[in-house]
Each structure stands twice: as structure tokens, then as C-alpha cells.
Design a protein around this ligand. Structure first.
Ligand code: BGC
Length: 720
């Protein structure tokens, strides 16, 4: 098994869409699904650019699929070459994650009996994030008396949408020397996009024609048997959201004397540098080794190193699932990978939230609160974009979605990432200029969201949805209350820090956010008296008020099911039962790990682990559970959970990979290896490890960045 490559040697049209997701390439500026250049009936080709949203009904905005830059239309002796026609004699598709290069080779026989070998290779440049490059070649394999006529037409296909919804209209198109360009705009948000392309071939005897009216570039000529035509299609894309004028930028990019080879060379070097920092060496288990590399590849493909307005959607730029919206998946599940591997990207992810503070303030106002309430689903302006109504999974009838209103823990989750960023990088300037304002504004939100119960003399947070989304309208979710308390305490401590390190900034923030002494005392009060439901005898946290009184849920009758309990039974029956969608109390014990002892962790694990839907609840939580399992020395259980997470897309385990990569799960897989199996912890006196070895693992090695230093961890199993 080549652990740097994902490969398939047959083509099954039934897994067309899953394959498109798996073979996605990207660089954070754009992502392009692994569709075929020649097109295929029913395909969902997509190139998504971070930040390019357009309005839609119900989910408000979505990333707008741009005209397809891969498109090639090929005719040989008048016959249209497409894989749904003729016969596929051989097929091989390889994604080399080390070089971030996708290759495909097909031996194809047309209906007229002509046999061709088609090769294609593509990448999304990691060096120039605006550039995509495609090399396409075809060889006539068969013994024919005469040369064959080839027509190769490369264009931007405008007939692609988000599931049939077309977001773009053409503004203009034209040519400039050997380049063709297309200017489009989104129908509602009026983002301007210019895509330009150029074709290069070294094969002799082919003419090129730039088609400014029909659109694209046409190449035609004759090929002798045994000869190969190789064409490079170089593409550049800029939008009005980028600095500068899109058309001038896009044409300038191609005007530079760039060849496919030079672009590829630079791209490979950049990926090599990434892997030097990011690779995880995992000896003894090739399947996991391959899968973890694939997960890290996807994380990198979906994060922009150059844009501090960019975040990562739940499915990144790899598919239409969740409309390109950003959830807590980013801060809680993916963020730690960037924090320890590429802190600059981690910083960008936080700056995305910082820039959207005003939107979060509006959300708070709308719900009658102070401070900043980050949206459960976030897109371009920080306002809530969670759809309010969707077809229910069990019966397809319209069902209300309350997460936008009630899943408020996200504000504390973002604060948590801000704090960790500062702890791990020591980037004081960031904390002073941006982070502190986020911590204080979210604390302000919590202080107005918490209510005082004068009878019980405690603060409560009513009517929320916790990470376990199967229980709605719950009171005093332990996760939410504990994270809110943490947020308030941390905000107070950051004011102390500002006092010493940046008094002027403190003064400014205190004045602007109106944080007078009584406000701060109130924060202190809430933190000291926040209700955290826990049975002192058993150490068990009660997920929310009344959870322990709900009926037990018998999972026995559902053995062999293919979907989640909510999809099978509907929303209502789950409300009255103790069945949990995903890590909730256990997520809290994992995030605030220093606050809880091993006994508490163990007791809660024993209670919550068996009543969680690990198979179909949420793909986010399997790999994450592994961290706690390792802490409790349950190495085999941890391994199974990790496998479930790290293979969720490669094996389409949730049967929904067609909608895009589960990037939260990719991030959780990295955390499982580093914090779980290696047991890495940073303490004031250095770092410690505490390995938990799955059966076959023999060695685990990786790097992390800590306070600007590279830390190399290399663990070998003693008994091997
Ligand atoms: C999960 C959430 C997650 C969202 C996006 C939901 O199914 O329950 O925790 O944030 O998907 O991945």
C-alpha cells in the first residue's frame, strides 16, 4: 500500500459523486471536485471559492459554484469522447497527497472502435492560490492506416450550478493575445469573477484558435497512430473580493511566462514544506497511515494561508453540504491542527471571526442580549445563516430548525479557540488587538444570557441546544453552562493582563464595551454561582436538567441500521429518551481537561459512551471521543473510534460523502493522534507524552509548534 496515495482502478458510476468528493483538489482560495474533464451525465462538478457567497432561499447564502475550469470537449474523427460512451478498458485514478496532484489514466474504446489512452493530471497551485493547472493528453493506441482528426475545445463551463441553481450570469468574455477570459457576476450578491485561460502544447501540427464569441480555446490537428497530443490548460481566477481589478489580475497571471512544469515544481515544493511540518509517521498500520495523511491533505486544501478573511466551512470547498457555512467544527475540531502546525492559518481563522464581530453583535441585539452572539452557522457577514426550516430526515415533511436560535455554545467555543491560540503561540499582539475584544464581547453576551434564580441562588442558562442536537429547548446544558462560565472567567483574567501589558487598550475596550465595575462584579458573581449539574456522589454530570429522568433508550432492536436514530424515528421520540447524538458532556471533559480528575472522566465515560450514537450520530465526534478513551487507557476502543473518524470519507461510512469532506472529522483525527494516542500535553515545565498504543502501532512521530519552537515527538513502542 502506498501510504501517500489514494487510488482506484475501476470506475463505478454509482459512486460518481463520492469519487468527486474524495478526489477534490484545493488550496484554500478554491477547491475543485474530482469530476471528469470530459463531463459525465449527472456529475456534480464544482469549484468553490472561499467567501464567494450568493443568496438563496432558506439557507440565506451559499458558496456559489463558479463556471467549471476543468472542462474539455474532445472529438476524435468526429466522435465525442466521454466516459459514459464507448467502453472503458482500463481505469486508474490516483491522488498523490504528497504532491497534491490528481492523475487519471483511461484506456477507452469508442463506438467506432477507435482506442485511445487518455491521461489527465491537475492541481490547485499552493503557491499562487488563483491558479489551477490541467495537463491532458491522448494517444491513439490502435493500428490505423491514417492519422485521426482531433478537435480539443477547452472552456469554462457556465452550465454548472449548486444542484441546478445557477448563481452566475455572464457579463462579458473576450480574448487577449493567446488567452481567453470570462467575466461573470453572481445574480444577487454581485461578486465579479474573471477567469482566464491559456493552452500550451508542444505537439507539432496543431493549430490554436481563441474563440471570443463561442468562448474558450480550440485546438485542432491530426494525430498519427502511436502519437500523443499533450495540452496544458492554465487557468487563473480573481474576484472583486480580492485586492485589485479582477480582469487585470487574471490576465497578468497568465501573461507571465509560466509553464505547467514551473507551476508544478513550485507547487510540489510548497507541499513538501507543508509535509515537513505536518506529517504524522505512524508505523505498523498502513491503512491508518494512509488515511491520516489524506485527512491532513484535506485540511490543508481547505485553508487559505493568504487570506485573513477566510474560514473553513463544515465541508470546506469540497461539496455543497451545509452550503459553505462555518460551524463550531472549525474552532473546536479543525483549529488545533492549524494552531500546532500552521499558526498563521490559525490566526487567519480567528481573524475571520474578529471581522464578523459586528454581525455577532447584531445577533445578540436581535435576541435581546448584550455583547456578541456568534451565529451557529456563519457565512459572509457574521449574521445567523442557519436555515429555519428543512425537510425532516424521517418523513421528508418540513421541520423547524432551531439551532440558529438555541445552539448558543458556539460563542464560548470561539472564545476557547482565541484563548488557546494565545496560550500556544504567545502572540500578545493578536490578543491585545483582536482576541481580547472577542473574549470580552462574548462574556458580555453570557452575562446577559444567564438568568438569576433567586430561590436557588444560582445562575442558569435556559432554553438552549447543546452539542447533542437531538435534545432541543433544554435548560442548563452542562456543556453550555460550563463553557459560558469559562468564557466569563477568562474574560476577567484577560482584563488583568491588559491592565499590565496594554493599559491604554484596556481603557479603550472598557469604555467602548461599557464594562464598568458593576458589570465586572456581575461576571464574577455569575462565574461563582453558575449552575453546573453534577451528582456529587457519582461524579456524573447531568447533560441538562432532567436528562437523568428521561427514559432509557434500547438500541438493541436497531442493530444493523443504516441511519441515525433521528432519521429513523423523527425528532420528537428522541426528546424523551436518553440517547445522545454526539460528544456533549464528554466533549466538555475533553476540552477543559485540566479541570476534571480521572475518576470523574471515567464515571462519565461509562455513562455517556454507551448511550451515544457512534455509528450515525455525527461524524464529528468519533475521532474526538478517542482522546478521552486514550486518557482512560481504553486503547482498543480509542482505535475503533479513531478508525471510524479517519475513514469516514475514504470509506463513505456515513453514506453522505457525496456532499463533501467531513473536515471536522479530519481535524478530530489529528487531535486523536496527538492528544490521544501520543497523549501530548504542555505543562509549565515542558511537554509530556503518555502513549496509548493500538494493537499494531509501533511508532508515532510528528512535529508541533509551541511558542515559536518546533517540538519533535518520536515515540516508539517499547515492547517491539
Ligand atoms: C452536527 C453538528 C455540526 C454540524 C456541521 C451536525 O450534524 O451535529 O455538531 O456542527 O453537523 O458539521
Amino acid at each position: 500500500l502506498n501510504t501517500w496515495q489514494i487510488e482506484e482502478t475501476t470506475f463505478d458510476p454509482k459512486s460518481l459523486h463520492v469519487g468527486e468528493t474524495i478526489y477534490t483538489i484545493g488550496n484554500g482560495y478554491f477547491g475543485t471536485r474530482g469530476s471528469f474533464e470530459e463531463g459525465y451525465p449527472g456529475s456534480t462538478e464544482a469549484t468553490l471559492l472561499w467567501g464567494v457567497f450568493d443568496s438563496v432561499e432558506i439557507s440565506k447564502e451559499e458558496l456559489a459554484n463558479v463556471p467549471d475550469w476543468l472542462t474539455v470537449r474532445l472529438t476524435v474523427n468526429g466522435e465525442h469522447v466521454r466516459l459514459d460512451r464507448g467502453t472503458i478498458l482500463e481505469f486508474r485514478r490516483t491522488l498523490d497527497v504528497q504532491r497534491a496532484l490528481l492523475q487519471r489514466e483511461v484506456l477507452w474504446r469508442g463506438e467506432n472502435g477507435l482506442t485511445l489512452r487518455l491521461r489527465s493530471e491537475r492541481f490547485a497551485s499552493l503557491v499562487n492560490e488563483h491558479c489551477g493547472a490541467l495537463r491532458y493528453s491522448l494517444t491513439v493506441e490502435q493500428d490505423l492506416p491514417e492519422a485521426v482528426e482531433i478537435e480539443f475545445w477547452a472552456t469554462f463551463n457556465q452550465a454548472v450550478g449548486n444542484n441546478n441553481l445557477l448563481h452566475w450570469e455572464m457579463v462579458d468574455q473576450g480574448k487577449e493575445e493567446a488567452s481567453f477570459w470570462l467575466h461573470s457576476q453572481t445574480r444577487h450578491s454581485f461578486v465579479q469573477l474573471v477567469q482566464s485561460m491559456r493552452l500550451n502544447t508542444t505537439t507539432e501540427g496543431f493549430e490554436q484558435e481563441v474563440l471570443d464569441l463561442a468562448g474558450g480555446i480550440r485546438l485542432y490537428g491530426r494525430l498519427q497512430v502511436g502519437e500523443t497530443l499533450t495540452v496544458d490548460k492554465l487557468v487563473s481566477m480573481y474576484t472583486s473580493l480580492d485586492d485589485g481589478e479582477p480582469q487585470a489580475n487574471a490576465l497578468k497571471d497568465l501573461g507571465l511566462e509560466r509553464s505547467y512544469y514551473t507551476l508544478l515544481g513550485q507547487h510540489e515544493q510548497a507541499w513538501q514544506a507543508f509535509w515537513q511540518q505536518a506529517d504524522i509517521l505512524l508505523e505498523g498500520d498502513d491503512k491508518s497511515q494512509q488515511a491520516i495523511r489524506y485527512n491532513l491533505y484535506q485540511l490543508r486544501c481547505n485553508a487559505s494561508a493568504h487570506n485573513s478573511r477566510a474560514s473553513i466551512a463544515a465541508k470546506g470547498l469540497t461539496g455543497f453540504g451545509y452550503d459553505g457555512h462555518v460551524f463550531y467544527d472549525t474552532e473546536i475540531f479543525m483549529f488545533p491542527f492549524f494552531l500546532y502546525i500552521q499558526p498563521l492559518i490559525a490566526r487567519n481563522l480567528l481573524l475571520y471571526r474578529y471581522r464578523l464581530l459586528d454581525g455577532a453583535r447584531k445577533n445578540a441585539q436581535l435576541s435581546g442580549h448584550k455583547g456578541a452572539q456568534y451565529p451557529w452557522e456563519s457565512a459572509s457577514d457574521g449574521q445567523e445563516t442557519t436555515p429555519t426550516i428543512v425537510p425532516q430526515q424521517n418523513d421528508g415533511k418540513p421541520g423547524l430548525v432551531l439551532n440558529g436560535l438555541l445552539e448558543v455554545h458556539i460563542s464560548a467555543d470561539i472564545a476557547f479557540a482565541v484563548w488557546n491560540y494565545w496560550q500556544v503561540t504567545g502572540d500578545d499582539a493578536f490578543m491585545r488587538d483582536s482576541g481580547a475584544e472577542m473574549l470580552l464581547s462574548t462574556a458580555l453576551y453570557w452575562s446577559s444570557r444567564a438568568t438569576y434564580n433567586s430561590e436557588q441562588k444560582r445562575y442558569e442558562i435556559q432554553d438552549v441546544i447543546g452539542p447533542d442536537e437531538w435534545h432541543i429547548h433544554v435548560n442548563n446544558s452542562v456543556y453550555t453552562n460550563a463553557m459560558a462560565r469559562w468564557n466569563l472567567q477568562t474574560a476577567l483574567s484577560i482584563l488583568d493582563w491588559l491592565q499590565n501589558d496594554a493599559p491604554a487598550r484596556r481603557e479603550e475596550l472598557v469604555a467602548r464595551l461599557d464594562l464598568n465595575e458593576s458589570t465586572l462584579q456581575h461576571w464574577q458573581e455569575i462565574s461563582s454561582h453558575m449552575l453546573i449539574l453534577q451528582d456529587q456522589k457519582t461524579s456524573l454530570f447531568e447533560q441538562f436538567e432532567g436528562f437523568f429522568k428521561l427514559e432509557p433508550f434500547d438500541q438493541g432492536p436497531y442493530a444493523g441500521r443504516y441511519s441515525s436514530y433521528q432519521a429513523l424515528l423523527g425528532v420528537d421520540p428522541l426528546q424523551t429518551h436518553q440517547i445522545v447524538k454526539q460528544a456533549d458532556v464528554l466533549l466538555l471533559l475533553t476540552l477543559l481537561k485540566e479541570q476534571f480528575d480521572l475518576e470523574t472522566k471515567s464515571a462519565n465515560w461509562q455513562y455517556y459512551y454507551p448511550i451515544t450514537d457512534h455509528d450515525y450520530g455525527s461524524s464529528l465526534s468519533s475521532a474526538l471521543h478517542a482522546i478521552l478513551a486514550c486518557e482512560l487507557s481504553l486503547c482498543d476502543v480509542a482505535y475503533d473510534l479513531f478508525s471510524e473518524g479517519v475513514l469516514v470519507d475514504l470509506e463513505n461510512r456515513d453514506a453522505d460523502s457525496a456532499r463533501g469532506i467531513h473536515l471536522g472529522s479530519c481535524g478530530a483525527a489529528w487531535q486523536a493522534v496527538v492528544f490521544g494516542f501520543a497523549g501530548l500535553r504542555f505543562t509549565p515545565s515542558g511537554y509530556t507524552t503518555h502513549p496509548c498504543w493500538p494493537k499494531d502501532w509501533k511508532r508515532l512521530a510528528f512535529n508541533v509548534q509551541h511558542k515559536g519552537q518546533n517540538v519533535h515527538v518520536d515515540l516508539r513502542r517499547e515492547d517491539t
